[in-house]
Design a protein around this ligand. Structure first.
Ligand SMILES: Nc1ncnc2c1ncn2[C@@H]1O[C@H](COP(=O)(O)OP(=O)(O)OP(=O)(O)O)[C@@H](O)[C@H]1O
Ligand SMILES: [Mg+2]
Length: 268
């Protein structure tokens, strides 16, 4: 199952833009059957971007996994979309078995499943991250966002047992003037950055409403496509001598320990 998930711990950093652009690349350039799946019930953007009726969404597809195609919308040759659950409570009621059965069924027909997520993690998202082949952890070009991303990384790996090898850090909306700041930070944290995507004033997520064809002429598309084609930066990973994000493991563990102690205090 080739599942590629895009996550972030800060809103508006470009998860949907990157997921959709990746979907366009796999379906049109690589000519592979591709499904874009929305795990954003906050609500997400698929409904408006692709004009999807409310009865075609994830909660129905998981109920009838063998007829899941009834709930997809075809948006291009080789490219289909599945809108997220109608609200967070409905999404929370989707069981681990249900989502796994759906993904297994989908993977018999689609070579790629690209997952767009919401900023706040849910059990449903974690279930899918565990079986994803690759996870793009997206940050924007700020120290705060990178800091939150490293914290999320530690939480996924240590609390939720997501395999660290499949998580790659990608910086979106890079502006040259900030380059050294974030690069220094990455060196200090020891977390390798696998790819940079520039700020691109010609990119507009809303262009997907009118078919999305314009995306192929953007810098964002070219940089993401080259990242995908290079196996997600495996050859370009910037290595450091340290254990990746070691201090985040410690910070995460300390903060988690403190949370447990505090909640036990309340219970007592
Ligand atoms: N590299 C880029 N250059 C310029 N604009 C970008 C770039 N990446 C994303 N954007 C723009 O940033 C805005 C937010 O992007 P997007 O909606 O994809 O973020 P998101 O992480 O999915 O947000 P949310 O957390 O609300 O789901 C959009 O207007 C999009 O067009
Ligand atoms: Mg989004």
């Amino acid at each position: 199952m080739n599942i590629l998930a895009v996550i972030s711990s800060k809103g508006g950093v470009g998860k949907t833009s990157i997921a959709l652009t990746a979907g366009f690349h796999y379906s049109r350039i690589m000519k592979q059957q591709t499904l874009l799946m929305e795990l954003d019930s906050s609500p997400g953007d698929f409904s408006i971007l692709f004009d999807i009726e409310c009865n075609k969404s994830l909660e129905f597809a998981v109920k009838f996994p063998h007829n899941f195609q009834n709930y997809l919308k075809k948006v291009k040759e080789n490219l289909f979309v599945l809108k997220g659950a109608s609200d967070p409570f409905t999404a929370e009621n989707i069981g681990s078995d249900e989502i796994c059965t759906l993904l297994e069924s989908v993977s018999t027909k689609y070579q790629n499943i690209i997952i767009d997520t919401q900023t706040v993690l849910s059990r449903l998202i974690i279930d899918v991250l565990k079986i994803s082949a690759k996870i793009i952890l997206l940050t924007d070009y700020s120290i705060e966002s990178l800091d939150r991303s490293l914290f999320l990384y530690a939480s996924l790996v240590h609390r939720h047992s997501v395999k660290k090898e499949k998580i790659i850090l990608v910086v979106n909306r890079k502006r040259m003037s900030d380059f050294f700041r974030i690069w220094d930070f990455s060196r200090i944290s020891g977390f390798p950055i696998s790819g940079f995507i520039s700020y691109d004033r010609n990119f507009d997520k809303n262009s997907f409403i009118s078919g999305g064809g314009k995306v192929f002429s953007t810098k964002l598309y070219r940089q993401l496509a080259s990242l995908i084609d290079s196996g997600f930066g495996d050859s370009r990973v910037r290595k450091s001598g340290k254990q990746p994000a070691l201090q985040y493991y410690c910070r995460y563990n300390n903060r988690h320990k403190k949370d447990v102690e505090e909640s036990e205090g309340v219970l007592l």
